[in-house]
Design a protein around this ligand. Structure first.
Ligand code: C2E
Ligand code: MG
Ligand code: MG
Length: 611
């Protein structure tokens, strides 16, 4: 193809004029002068042609180098030329594709309406840009980003279409990966919370008459303790295996991980055998898991519900599952609970109670600290007492702490409430000391939030200092779940520091959690409080008798003191005494009672006063 050159240049015009003049001029010198102008004009034209030629070569080479495919078609949309990238992407050479309509590349994924819009835009605006799926010579389909521009002649008629496109199949694959990451739990490969939500919504939309959904939210009991004792990697492996086993169990259903140790299972059914289904899940999952050579049997807490009976919207069902799970947890580990509407009524009642508790705390008059004495087993001597919070509600009477403390914990009221108890107790000790009574250590219960929020240590120490109460007179009871609460960070150094100040530490409700012996050994504590669950059926229940004996033997080995809680009978007392238990607390000795009642007992005993 010959390059064109512009006539819009003065030297060319001058040359042309000089050519005519050279033939007409009479004198030789003048003719020669005119001829030299002709030569100048020719040279200029030649230079221009060369430059134009170079420019074209350059743009052709650039197009050859380009990674983008290029295709030029004529006004009838027949392909005129393509660049090497076109061949590389589509697999067609220029010879194979020349003269064909670009629709030869079409994948068929876009319908006629799409192409109608394409042509309409191209005709009205002269350009089109967008994503389009085409087909390579070998048949596989790929997405490309296409930009098409119409070229016009000076009269405005279309002469050519130039199309430039980028193969975006790699981007697309990445996009898909990203999408998968957003929807998939990377640890187990199962759907994550977001995806589960969508899947549930879709199942709900497609429920046919007579069909229902069973939903179960499963939480592994004490998973943090497992993580702590086996290590995070093994914990992760356990979660992955757990997910796999669950998925194998509910073929055709949906299994996903909501996060942490919570899994959701959904299945479509035609009749309601919900309870049976939940217990079959539990049974299947309670088979031991082999991790790192040890065989682990897991405790599970399950909240469940059914659709459409318990809700027709994913959001509602998620909420109901959580309130069922929460309610199951409140009943202890290894429990199931199916959602009941009363759970929601319960949560309304909870909010009312919480508001009233806030007011009670602000006024202080309805709250009172009771004291339950603790005794030496061999001679019944009083050795200490536990401070237990009481709430005298004006309408309901005494509200048990088991009801309002978890509520205060959940709604962030516990640091204030626990702080109030500590102040009361320290003030009471100081009062007794002021009266010249020998005072025994008083143990207060600490909740997780007290450790997580606020500066518990400095508050404790400054209160003790303010009332001039020696630190050994205050003991702290922490349950295993508090000790294992990861939000409180590594608890050992904090306990160690408190003990250095002279305070004593006990593990409350020991035996109900999942602390491993390895973990216990590392913890700086003085005492274990054996939970009253194990004491209740003593001495007749063989399992409880074995557990109690084992805990006592183990504590001796670790040089830890043990106090048995909830001792109500002489038989229980005798059994404990025979197994080497030294301290007890329970109704057999005393119920929790107001400070004034304990004061009367304190007057009867002689305790060496601490300075
Ligand atoms: P806990 O710390 O394990 O307290 C022992 C519970 O066992 C007390 O129940 C006590 O009254 C009860 N108990 C003691 N001896 C016997 C017995 O022989 N038989 C029976 N059946 N029960 C006995 P209470 O006072 O209802 O407290 C329940 C729980 O509430 C406590 O369990 C503790 O976890 C929590 N709590 C109470 N006061 C406070 C507090 O000030 N702060 C915190 N964080 N928790 C508290
Ligand atoms: Mg306690
Ligand atoms: Mg206890």
């Amino acid at each position: 193809m010959w390059p064109s050159f512009s006539l819009n240049r003065p030297l060319v015009w001058l040359g042309l004029a000089a050519l005519t003049a050279a033939s007409l001029l009479p004198l030789l010198p003048l003719r020669l002068a005119a001829l030299s102008l002709v030569v100048l004009g020719l040279l200029d034209a030649w230079r221009q042609i060369r430059r134009e030629h170079q420019r074209r070569r350059l743009s052709e080479q650039a197009l050859e180098l380009s990674q983008d495919g290029m295709m030029i078609s004529d006004a009838d949309n027949r392909i005129v030329t393509v660049n090497p990238a076109f061949t590389q992407i589509t697999g067609y050479t220029l010879e194979e594709i020349r003269g064909m309509d670009p629709s030869a590349l079409s994948s068929g994924r876009q319908d006629k309406a799409f192409y109608d819009r394409y042509w309409q835009t191209l005709k009205t605006t002269g350009r089109w840009e967008g994503e389009i799926w085409n087909q390579r010579k070998h048949g596989d389909q790929y997405p490309e980003w296409l930009r098409v521009q119409a070229w016009h002649d000076p009269k405005g008629r279309v002469t050519h279409y130039v199309g430039l496109f980028t193969d975006i199949s790699r981007h697309k694959a990445r996009e898909q990966d990203l999408r998968r990451i957003g929807f998939e739990d990377p640890l187990t490969g199962l759907p994550n919370r977001r995806r589960l939500h969508d899947l549930l919504a879709s199942r709900l939309r497609h429920l046919r008459a007579g069909e229902g959904l069973d939903l179960a939210l499963i939480d592994i009991d004490g998973f943090k303790a497992i993580n702590d004792s086996l290590g995070v990697d093994s914990g992760d492996r356990l979660l992955a295996r757990f997910g796999q086993r669950l998925a194998a169990q509910v073929a055709g259903g949906i299994v996903g991980r909501l996060g942490g140790d919570e899994f959701l299972v959904i299945r479509t059914t035609t009749f309601d055998d919900h309870e049976k289904w939940v217990s079959s899940l539990r049974q299947h999952l309670s088979e031991p898991f082999e991790i790192e050579g040890s065989s682990l049997r897991l405790g599970l807490t399950i909240g469940s519900c059914r659709a459409p009976e318990d809700g027709r919207e994913a959001n509602v069902l998620f909420q109901r599952l959580e309130s069922a799970l929460y309610s199951a947890k409140r009943h202890g580990r290894n429990h199931d609970r199916r959602f009941r509407p009363s759970l929601e009524v319960e949560s309304d009642r909870h909010l009312t109670i919480l508001n009233e508790l806030r007011q009670a705390l602000a006024q202080g008059s309805q709250l009172e600290v009771y004291y339950q004495t603790q005794h030496r087993l061999d001679d019944g001597e009083m050795v200490g007492m536990e401070a237990l919070l009481r709430w005298h509600h004006p309408d309901y009477g005494m509200v048990p702490p088991t009801e309002f403390i978890p509520l205060a914990e959940r709604h962030g009221l516990m640091p204030a409430l626990g702080g109030w108890v500590i102040d009361q107790v320290v003030a009471q000790i100081s009062l007794w000391r002021g009266k010249g009574l020998g005072v025994l250590p008083v143990w207060v219960n600490l909740s997780a939030l007290q450790l997580i929020q606020g500066d518990l240590e400095s508050r404790l120490l400054s209160t003790l200092r303010q009332y001039r109460v020696p630190t050994p007179l205050l003991g702290l009871e922490l349950t295993e779940s508090v000790l294992l609460d990861e939000r409180a960070g590594d608890i050992s150094p904090r306990l160690e520091a408190l003990r250095r100040e002279g305070l004593q530490i006990a593990i409350d409700d020991f035996g109900t959690g999942y602390s491993s012996m390895a973990y216990l050994k590392r913890l700086p504590v003085d005492k274990l409080k054996l939970d009253r669950e194990f004491i209740r059926a003593l001495p007749h229940d063989n399992a409880d008798a074995a557990i109690t004996s084992a805990v006592l033997a183990m504590a001796q080995g670790l040089n830890l003191d043990v106090i048995a809680e909830g001792v109500e009978t002489t038989e229980q007392r005798d059994f404990l005494l025979a197994r080497g238990c030294r301290h007890v607390q329970g109704y057999l000795y005393a119920r929790p009672q107001p400070a004034s009642a304990v004061e009367a007992r304190l007057r009867q005993i002689e305790v060496p006063a601490l300075s």
